[in-house]
Design a protein around this ligand. Sequence first.
Ligand code: MRU
Length: 343
Amino acid sequence: MANYQTLWWIGDATGQLAMIDQTLLPGEYREIRCQNVEAVWESIRSLRVRGAPAIGVAAAYGVVTGLQSVRNDAQSSFENRLAEVTNYLATSRPTAVNLFWALDRMKQNASLNAARPSTERHDLLLREAKRIDLEDREMCDQIGRHGSTLLNDGMSVLTHCNAGGLATAGNGTALSVIFSAVESGKKLHVFADETRPLLQGARLTAWELCRRSIPVTVICDNMAAQVMKEGRISAVVVGADRIAANGDAANKIGTYGLAILAGYHRIPFYVAAPYSTFDLSLPHGGLIPIEQRDRSEIACGFGKTTMPDEALAYNPAFDVTPAELITAIITERGVFPPSQVPR
Ligand code: MRU
């Protein structure tokens, strides 16, 4: 079982959001508190809280913090602030659709209760954020249960980035599949891609697996082809930030390359994600907005200059894996081929 929680709410609707600062792991475990919506926005933007489902849950709680200043105000002031806060949080990161999905749910809840006094609406919004949080935990467990049937005793599983408990409110998506298989008695070995430039695989996935005593080997991203060729990988399981209607899936940069490698080596390639990650309004993955991040993450990662100042850097944070390279998508409702996403 996990003995860490990614994020949690403290107190009533006038309370605050607490989270693990993931930028410091694995060197330091520190819990931080966001006392206003600006702090929540900054935490999402700077990846203190990250991973598509966790971003959604953080944004939902962010709405509650943003409305604290107007909880005793008239309806119009509450409405104006709600629009301001949700628009603001929507600018924190563009790719994970869970962020927008959670903000939409909060807006819907507010409009459903539009006739009530602001204080009551605010309390109900905290209840909705907690519901999003709880649902995410339940979805993680169900994804784990469904996905674990795909893994056999003795398998070696490669994963990319971090789609574990740290990326969700619960046990994760891709890692939940692994946790669930291990809990059912299967022995697995995990290969974790380091995941340049921010090392979510080496820093966070390996941290989670070590805390659960699951054997993990970290490899640099450029080693995956060789490790597959050596016959060391039985399956690839990754998470997703947004899945389009045709089954194309956006995930951390490098996932697309892994899918090509897995296809070449005839290794099954699975994407694990809850329904909050599906964006059926987009017919294909080419329409998914790809976040571009700062040059410094490549040029001066973790404080060490690694390229000349004169050189340009290109830093897309995500890529899109075409549906045809995905063996199956693991969801809380079961495992199905990407062609069945619309259904
Ligand atoms: O930039 P990050 O760390 O937020 O990217 C996270 C990922 O790409 C995860 O694989 C994805 O969000 C799925 S998390 C269950």
